[in-house]
Write a protein that binds this ligand. Structure first.
Ligand SMILES: [Zn+2]
Ligand SMILES: [Zn+2]
Length: 320
C-alpha cells in the first residue's frame, strides 16, 4: 500500500486530471462538461447561500449532468429543488450530510438515496437530529454572551434560513466586531478546540449507518482529509467503517491536494469502496469553491463516478 502510494506520488507530480471511476488518471480523454457531476453541495436550507432553485440553475448553466444536494441534517433543499431540476433536465440525487460521532470524535457522513428519495422513517430520524442542533444553538448563544460577546438567537437566525449552523454565529461575530474573520471565529471560539465549543448531541456512526441502510440509502465518508488520522490508523478506521456498511469515500474534494486524492483513491480501491467526489459548494459562505470545478478548477468529476457508486451500493444490497 505504502509503496504503491509513493510510486503513484512520483507519477502524478502535482498535475490535476479528470477523475473517472475506473481509470488511473493516466490517459483519460477530455470530458465534455455535460458528462460531469457534483455529489456534494449545500443550499441556503443549511449553510449555503444559493436557494435550491438557484443551485439547480447554476448546475444547468455550467452544464452538469447530475447534482446531489447534501445539506446538513435536512432534505428541505433537495425537496424544493426536485420540480425545478426535472424541468431543467438535470439529474438530481437525494442526499444529506450528517454530523455523527465515531469513537468520541465528531465527523461528517454523507447519505445518498440513489434509488428512491429518503423515506418517512429517515425523515423522522432527521427531525430528531435537528432538535439536538437547536439545543446546541441555544447553549452556544449563552456561552458566547458569557464570554463578552452578547448576541441573541434571533440575530444569528437572521443570517440563516431554516437551519442555524456555526457559520451563522461567525457572521454575527464579524458584524458585531468580535472577530475580524470567519476563520478567526472558528479558530478561537467555534471549532472543537475553540473556547466556546458546545458539544452537540450526535448519533453514533453505527446508528447513522443503520438508519441510512434501513431506508435504502448509501453511506459515504466525506472529506477524509479533515479526519486527524493518516496512514495505518486511517486505514484501520476506514476498514472498520466498511465492515459496518460504509460504501464509499469522497476521494475527490475541493480541499484535497493531488497527493491526498491519490492516497484516498488507493484506500478506496484497497477496501472495495466507491471513490466519490464533490466540490462541497456553499456559495458565498466559501467563495473560493466553485460548483462542479472546486478550487481553481481542481475538480472535474465524470458521470462514471455516480455509476460506480450505484453499482457498489446495489452489489452490497444484493449480498446482504
Ligand atoms: Zn462536511
Ligand atoms: Zn458539506
Amino acid at each position: 500500500m505504502v509503496e504503491q502510494f509513493y510510486r503513484k506520488l512520483m507519477r502524478i507530480s502535482g498535475r490535476m486530471t479528470e477523475h473517472t471511476a475506473s481509470d488511473d488518471n493516466e490517459c483519460s480523454p477530455r470530458l465534455p462538461m455535460q458528462s460531469t457531476i457534483d455529489l456534494h453541495t449545500h443550499t441556503n436550507e443549511s449553510d449555503g447561500t444559493l436557494s435550491p432553485t438557484e443551485l439547480v440553475d447554476e448546475a444547468s448553466r455550467i452544464g452538469l449532468r447530475a447534482l446531489a444536494i447534501t445539506d446538513h441534517d435536512t432534505l428541505a433543499g433537495y425537496d424544493a429543488a426536485v420540480p425545478h431540476a426535472r424541468s431543467s433536465g438535470l439529474e438530481l440525487v437525494c442526499g444529506v450530510e450528517l454530523s455523527i460521532k465515531h469513537h468520541g470524535h465528531s465527523l461528517h457522513l454523507l447519505a445518498y438515496f440513489l434509488q428512491i428519495p429518503a423515506n418517512d422513517d429517515f425523515r423522522q430520524w432527521l427531525l430528531a437530529l435537528q432538535t439536538g442542533r437547536r439545543k446546541r444553538n441555544e447553549a452556544l448563544v449563552q456561552k458566547l454572551c458569557s464570554q463578552g460577546m452578547p448576541m441573541t438567537l434571533d440575530e444569528v437566525a437572521a443570517h440563516g434560513h431554516k437551519l442555524i449552523a456555526r457559520p451563522h454565529f461567525a457572521a454575527v461575530m464579524i458584524e458585531k466586531g468580535y472577530v475580524a474573520s470567519r476563520q478567526e471565529a472558528f479558530d478561537k471560539y467555534l471549532d472543537e478546540s475553540g473556547s466556546c465549543y458546545i458539544q452537540r448531541e450526535e448519533p453514533e456512526f453505527e446508528d447513522a449507518i443503520d438508519q441510512i441502510q434501513n431506508s435504502g440509502g448509501t453511506a459515504v465518508l466525506p472529506h477524509p482529509s479533515r479526519i486527524r488520522l493518516n496512514g495505518k490508523p486511517l486505514e484501520r478506521m476506514v476498514a472498520e467503517m466498511r465492515d459496518s456498511g460504509l460504501k464509499g469515500i469522497e476521494v475527490y474534494h475541493s480541499d484535497h491536494s493531488p497527493v491526498q486524492t491519490q492516497f484516498y483513491k488507493d484506500l478506496a480501491g484497497e477496501f472495495g469502496l466507491a471513490a466519490t467526489g464533490g466540490s462541497d459548494f456553499h456559495g458565498e459562505t466559501k467563495p473560493g469553491v466553485a460548483l462542479g470545478t472546486g478550487i481553481g478548477g481542481n475538480l472535474k468529476l465524470s458521470y462514471s463516478i455516480l455509476e460506480e457508486l450505484r453499482r457498489i451500493s446495489n452489489a452490497k444490497l444484493e449480498n446482504n
